[in-house]
Ligand binder design. Structure first.
Ligand code: ADP
Ligand code: MG
Length: 491
């Protein structure tokens, strides 16, 4: 707890430095066809109340039946978080009353969750640090329905399509120390869930949302009182909410006040957090074991079987990309952030120079896709096409500069790169006779520069540029260099 604090993470107050402490509760919708305790569909965007079984509507006498697929997904997620898997867990009723909760309680896991302690390794781009965020637990619970207040001037409606959909609540220990770290943590967690296929992580659809707990303290002191910011639904907003909330708390303490533990909401429009309910108004959920459900039990062999079939996860993939292809840690992290870009990279890199493949993807392809608002899945340049462009450079058929023009043609028009080079005369001139002719012409046209170059060899670059211009960028740069050096008498 008293580890030295990176000064960059501290916030300057009127009376000295402050450290932010953050712990998160992430709600991740489980990827499954059916709900946690009923067979109703989880599909997004159906007509209101079109995916509602009698169980989800809480009709009297209806009994919940656990969906094995959701259990399987929760275990797989726990394994991906290197967490303790509990072979026996129980379901509890969390009682509260709200129009979008027809049962009058949410079925959740309280004292005995399905997954215990684990960890997530997080690279923080802004500081270059790698931090370990400890996971406290992961439990399964039902989502609620949705109240709709803006369709009618005096009436509210309820849509139960979401009611009963399985959520994993993933709770972190208070290990995060800045908005940057919090954003990097959620990003990494989402990447892991997507690799596993256990949650699609689509925050726009509400499939991943965060309750963000924030407190402040003097560096090295005990934790302060926290406030919980509910239901933040974008990674950018998570960062903003933390920063304004920390500032608010620092202001109160520095003015001699104390922080009251409470639940708050972030208003992105106003850039502020607002009180939702104080500790006194906090719900008493009166948790108790759900008598309709037996304890959830499975054996270690089942867990081992799932562990065996887990896909390669981002950390392992990153290490392999660094080891097998010689990539830098940074390039490897960028490529493994999405499984689709990692796969694309491997297709390009297979049998080629891995670093060249990574460079082309990160610097050229990603930049170009970004400009078009496209992602790698809809890239107009396929892995095979990009591979061929890299081959053409390696074979000295085209220069690196022409390769960029070729890339642009393939990006906008498509086609076989080899054929394009052929039909559009983009081949590099390696014929020394032709290059020599261009070199001679440039030298003859610039006698003054030639004199200067003898005294100032850095002028060579200017000559190279002129010859390249003369040959339409197609001369082999190395041949141009050598010829110029010998003709100008430069070492
Ligand atoms: P509760 O049971 O009241 O919800 P938990 O111990 O489960 O409290 O904590 C909920 C979340 O709050 C966790 O993510 C935890 O890391 C975080 N948290 C706990 N104490 C603090 C603190 N002082 N500052 C910031 N976050 C905290
Ligand atoms: Mg809690």
């Amino acid at each position: 707890m008293n580890a030295p604090v990176n000064p960059k993470k501290l916030i300057k107050g009127a009376t000295g430095d402050w450290e932010i402490v953050i712990g998160m509760e992430i709600h991740a919708q489980v990827t499954s066809q059916a709900k946690l305790f009923s067979g109703a569909s989880t599909a997004f965007g159906g007509d209101p109340n079109s995916h509602v079984s009698l169980v989800d509507a809480a009709m009297p006498g209806m009994l919940p039946v656990i969906n094995e697929e959701c259990v399987r997904q929760a275990i797989r997620t726990g394994l991906g978080l290197k967490a303790q898997i509990n072979l026996r867990s129980t379901f509890d009723r969390k009682n509260y009353f709200y129009p979008d909760l027809p049962q009058g309680y949410q079925i959740s896991q309280y004292k005995s969750p399905i997954v215990g302690e684990g960890e997530v390794i997080v690279d923080v781009p802004e500081t270059g640090e790698t931090i370990t965020v400890r996971i406290e637990r992961l439990h399964l619970e039902q989502d609620a329905g949705k109240s709709i207040h803006d369709l009618h001037p005096t009436l509210s409606f309820v849509d139960l399509n979401r009611s009963g959909v399985a959520l994993m609540e993933i709770v972190s220990k208070p290990d995060l120390r800045s908005a940057d770290e919090a954003r990097a943590y959620v990003t990494k967690l989402r990447t892991i869930l997507r690799y596993l296929g256990t949650c699609d992580g689509d925050m726009d659809k509400g499939n991943l949302r965060a309750d963000v707990n924030v407190s402040v303290r003097r560096p090295g002191e005990e934790f302060g009182t926290r406030c919980e910011i509910k239901n933040v639904n974008s990674i950018r907003f998570i960062g903003q909410a933390i920063e304004v909330e920390a500032r608010r708390q620092i202001g109160i303490i520095e003015d001699g006040g104390v922080i009251e533990q409470e639940t708050r909401l972030f208003d992105p429009g106003k850039g502020e957090t607002r009180s939702m309910r104080s500790k006194e108004e906090a719900h008493d959920y009166r948790y108790f074991p759900d008598p309709d459900l037996l304890p959830l039990e499975f054996d270690q062999a089942y867990v081992d079987e799932l562990a065996q079939h887990l896909p390669e996860l981002p950390d392992a993939k990153k290490a392999r990309f660094m080891g097998d292809y010689g990539l830098s840690a940074y390039d490897a992290s960028v490529l493994v952030a999405e499984r689709s870009s990692a796969d694309f990279f491997e297709e390009v890199a297979r049998g080629r120079d891995g670093k060249a493949a990574a460079n082309w993807i990160i610097n050229e392809l990603f930049g170009r896709l970004n400009k078009e608002g496209k992602d790698i899945g809809s890239s107009p340049v396929s892995a095979a096409q990009l591979g061929t462009i890299i081959d053409l450079i390696g074979e000295n058929v085209i220069s690196g500069k022409i390769a960029k023009d070729l890339f642009e043609i393939v990006f906008t028009e498509g086609g076989d790169p080899r054929e394009i080079v052929e039909t559009r005369g983009m081949k590099q001139v390696t014929d020394t006779g032709a290059i020599e002719k261009a070199v001679d012409e440039v030298i003859a046209a610039n006698p003054e520069k030639v004199e200067q170059a003898k005294a100032k060899p850095t002028l060579l670059g200017w000559f190279v540029g002129q010859v390249m211009k003369q040959t339409g960028g197609k001369a082999n740069p190395q041949a141009v260099n050598e010829l110029l050096k010998s003709k100008l008498g430069i070492e």
